[in-house]
Design a protein around this ligand. Sequence first.
Ligand SMILES: Cc1cc2nc3c(=O)[nH]c(=O)nc-3n(C[C@H](O)[C@H](O)[C@H](O)COP(=O)(O)OP(=O)(O)OC[C@H]3O[C@@H](n4cnc5c(N)ncnc54)[C@H](O)[C@@H]3O)c2cc1C
Length: 378
Amino acid sequence: MAASAPRVAVIGGGVIGAMSAWQLAGRGARVTVFDRYGRGHDRGASAGESRIFRTIYKEGGGYVPLLRRAGELWRELEATSGRELLTLCGGLTIGLPEHPDLLSVRRCAREHELPHRILDSTQAGGTFPQHRMDRAEIAVFDPNAGVLRPEPAVQAALDAAESLGAEIRSYQPVDELAETATGWRITVDGHRFDTDHVLLCPGPWARTLLPRKEISVQARLITACWFAARDVAGHRPDRLPIAVRRHAEAGFSCFPVLDGVAVKIVPHHLGWPDLDDPGDLPRGAEPAFAKAASAAVERLLPGLVPHPVRIGTYAEGFTPDEHAIVGPLPGSANATVLTGFSGHGFKLAPVLGEIAGDLVFHGKSGYDIGHLDPSRFA
Ligand SMILES: Cc1cc2nc3c(=O)[nH]c(=O)nc-3n(C[C@H](O)[C@H](O)[C@H](O)COP(=O)(O)OP(=O)(O)OC[C@H]3O[C@@H](n4cnc5c(N)ncnc54)[C@H](O)[C@@H]3O)c2cc1C
């Protein structure tokens, strides 16, 4: 490898750091990834069996080019790793036609001419009886949506980075960062490490690593619940698309059976409370939370046994406008930050890795990421 290749320290080996390391190592950077935990761990934002991939984006049509490229890169990582990471089982957005999410999904599909089908409750009930819909509700079906597998995805990206020369250092928390005349000095477990560029991918630990006003990221607790399917075959990805449900009584995302037992639900209507320390996750959910999640399942997903068989707790970093912070670190040279993915960063991770490569090598990216500019919270 050329001696002039930049040394890049990637701080955080969750999905964003892992994909960035893969892309940077592929461009010849000398990459070292530091993470406070092990590869594909379940303490941050990048674990929990499944993630939604969608191309019709309620968060805004501006993401569509990023999602298209992310889809290609997911396939490239599958080919490189030999693992199945993305299953395009389709996706449903279900709710009343006038619900803001239904309106924005339809607008996005129309404006970007994305294939989709709009089903009334009778049509949807015939094809997707797993969901009990009210008569006035509709479902928007996105054939290019599906389910991602987070733990193997993080491991595949780290493996791919490693095979391109990156060094992956697990259980090595970065304690301090200091800018030097030529780059950065970081302190890891009392040891100093000099690098040309730091790529900051701390996920929900953003405030701990970067206590600066413009890195306005609040860690929040997201709880997922798994409910056993009465008919497992009828709830696998070939029969049950991923879904985002917007009902008057409950809102959640819903994932097909991947473990041979249960459908995963991530309730949205029960709140995602702030966490003072993302490292301090509760072991499970309060009984009131489990009871409310069960009530939503009993009402809206009749094919599931309405008592959770498994509960998982995860931390995610949210910004005030729920769009991520991606770009050069304001006021510093040779530092790039990607954090605050606000509950929707996983599907985009491979293209964010590519953008990280652009930012490290050129200071800017050809993708339209103005809305993610870190200085907007200054
Ligand atoms: C339950 C849940 C469901 C979600 N559902 C979806 C979905 O369906 N679709 C979707 O697209 N997105 C979804 N998201 C969002 C998506 O998963 C996240 O945006 C994404 O995983 C963020 O990855 P990250 O790398 O920024 O954070 P993380 O995965 O948390 O990685 C940050 C890493 O930094 C390390 N770190 C932090 N500080 C230090 C330090 N000082 N030294 C060393 N290491 C450090 C941590 O150990 C961690 O490994 C969901 C998130 C959650 C929590």
